[in-house]
Design a protein around this ligand. Sequence first.
Ligand code: PMP
Length: 348
Amino acid sequence: MGRTFDSILETVGNTPVVRINNLAPPDVTLYVKVESFNPLGSVKDRLALGVIEDAERTGALKPGQTIVESTSGNTGIGLAMVCAQKGYPLVITMTETFSVERRKLMRFLGAKVVLTPAAERSTGMIEKAKELAERHGWFMTRQFENEANPDYHSATTAQEILRDFEGERLDYWVSGYGTGGTLKGVARVLADRRPDTKIVVCEAVEAPVVSSGLPQEKDADGFPVGTHPAYNPHPMQGWGPNFMSRLTGDTVDMGIIHKAVTITGPQAIACSQDLAKKEGIFVGITSGATFAGALKVCEEAPSGSVVLCMLPDTGERYLSTDLFDGVPEVMSDAEREIAASTPNHRLD
Ligand code: PMP
């Protein structure tokens, strides 16, 4: 990278934008922004650093205070890295259904992981974190509503995109949403600085929360209450929770979303596998899903268009999930044939 770094935290962000050479239609230029280049392998390293440094600046987080957050994994892993470097104890609450390697990774990085029942969905893990924060006086990062989350994306992710496409065409920016931090933070800057760039949002076909146009029930303070009417459980770990987050809702209300595209689980997995096998880009399920959305955009885009697709995390986080179904441990017939084609070192 041409420099030395004072801590691992300085390596967050500045992820590469890479052209797709084998999977894009010939008349469209498709780029991906590969967030797995962050030190702990996902876009959420940005949020983790952004919310903690913001809380340090405002004094909301005291030296040595325990941090608590509910997360499907990547936020917890990012927070665990930041807490390890800065010396804060960390407690994560997480629905029991998320992949085992995520839990283990957080514990490896020194965090405590408290599991919550699957039946209570995202709401259960969030309420548990609130309960713990109140009881013990811990600092909750509140990733779904903390403005430091989109602010950090406006200050980093969006600026990197402006820099990388300066003087170049950029017709579409394609992203999914979990907290909506990436979406709100980047979309508002593009709407202002690159008004010709169309913002396209991807979501699971089972949970067309944005596409449905249906409102989210909210409390008197404007915070979401209960499950959104269009939500059903979906296979995209890290995408939309069972409510429309305040950050996502803000972006919808700004009227800057050009289009929402829905993606199926099999489409997401096929795209993730294709990215690995045909581009050498190794990413997770929501990356495959966002890429599936970007390919739909490419199909409809005028010839010559330039499309940028966010890829939120690494595929390594999904070894125990459907993404690796059909990837065998034992040798296939073709592999046995190769082994048998020379006389020695055979495992017959
Ligand atoms: N994909 C994955 C794998 C994630 O973990 C997340 C964050 N939960 C997202 C996408 C969405 O990012 P954001 O929270 O910024 O909307």
